[in-house]
Design a protein around this ligand. Structure first.
Ligand code: TYM
Length: 331
């Protein structure tokens, strides 16, 4: 049976990008694999959340995990910071991770651009912490969206390097996984290429958003002044709306608006109204479950405790073996 590991950073509620890029696959994979899914709260510290927000953000992500259909009896669901073993493996991997390769990582370069006032060592070594998360359970498959592809490549580098340095065949080579399909990237509502929390709240639709909020966000999505000639290429904002429609709406609805674009008769207002209603239809069952789960503190705490116990068992075994391989010995 394959071992599957993946995580989502705890920055609050999860959006459609998280769902279609990752969460949806977690739910499918829990049926036939040994799965570990976690909320990456250590990773969230790279952007310095206020202590008042940290726990609430973890709780929101946990509730969204469960509302999406993750089953704590099938998959091991845990909070990253409940596993001190991950911090130890991160330290050990950092000894064999080189400045040049960490600096070349696209997400690091992106952070230098977007938050030049906070280029901390945690950002630089983000990929080694992520590699530690994954190889801590000696994973084979990692369900993630397109944006994590390079991190997975680096994870393989670190795992292979460990094996080579110590002359062992201990860590498998984990691969980014999307059931044999290309990895997914869901675009943002503001005309940007990626739906993302860090792009601001009008960019992303959250599973927990109310119908009113969804309507407001979709109606404000970036478009253009409309096509003036048949075959005119679509602007990024309009392309994004079509991409979202492809996922959220029926094929008939999609081809109706594609045809209208071709004919230059499209009214973006109508397209957005339809898209908003289709998103609402999709998120309604999630929102209902989210509201229920949020109120059930005893259940959430049982889930987290059970997950931490199971995850630590697997992590402790790896750390014990890794320490032996590296040459730590008891006196
Ligand atoms: P994060 O929290 O940014 O995103 C969580 C998951 O959602 C996917 N995702 C998307 N997929 C498609 N389109 C989008 N617009 C979109 N936005 C986000 C991401 O690809 C990811 O799968 N570093 C990770 C968290 C992490 C992790 C790990 C993942 C920490 N340790 C170990 C896998 C294994 C991150 O920040 O993802």
């Amino acid at each position: 049976m394959d071992i599957v590991v993946s995580g989502i950073r705890s920055t609050g509620n999860l959006h459609l990008g998280n769902y279609f890029g990752a969460l949806r696959n977690f739910v499918k994979m829990q049926e036939t694999n040994t799965c570990f899914f976690f909320i990456a709260d250590y990773h969230s510290l790279t952007t310095h959340p206020h202590p008042d927000d940290l726990h609430g953000n973890v709780k929101k992500a946990l509730v969204d995990f469960l509302a999406s259909g993750l089953n704590p009896e099938k998959a091991t669901l845990y909070i990253q910071s409940d596993l001190p073993e991950v911090a130890e493996l991160y330290l050990l991997l950092n000894m064999n991770a080189y400045l040049g390769e960490l600096e070349r990582c696209t997400s690091f370069k992106e952070k230098i651009r977007t938050q030049p006032e906070n280029i901390n060592a945690g950002l630089l070594t983000y990929p080694t912490l992520m590699a530690a998360d994954i190889i801590l359970h000696r994973a084979h498959k990692v369900p993630v969206g397109k944006d994590q592809e390079q991190h997975l490549e680096m994870t393989r580098t670190f795992a292979n390097r460990f094996n080579r340095i110590y002359g062992v065949d201990y860590f498998p080579e984990p691969v980014a996984f999307n059931f044999g399909e290309d990895l997914i990237k869901i675009p943002g509502l503001d005309g940007s290429m990626k739906m993302s929390k860090s792009e601001g709240d009008m960019n992303a639709i959250y599973l927990a958003d109310s119908p009113e909020v969804i309507r407001k966000k979709v109606m404000r999505a970036v478009t253009d002044t409309g096509p003036t000639a048949p075959g005119q290429p679509r602007s990024q904002g309009v392309e994004n709306l079509f991409s979202l429609m492809k996922i959220m709406s029926t094929p008939e609805t999609l081809s109706y608006f594609e045809e209208a674009y071709q004919q230059c008769t499209i009214r973006y207002g109508d397209m957005k109204k339809q898209l908003a209603e289709d998103v609402i239809r999709f998120t309604a069952p999630f929102t209902a479950r989210i509201n229920q789960l949020q109120a059930d503190a005893p259940y959430l705490s049982r889930v987290v405790k059970q997950g931490a116990d199971k995850a630590r068992e697997s992590a402790a075994k790896t750390i014990h073996e890794v320490r032996e391989i590296i040459g730590f010995k008891k006196f």
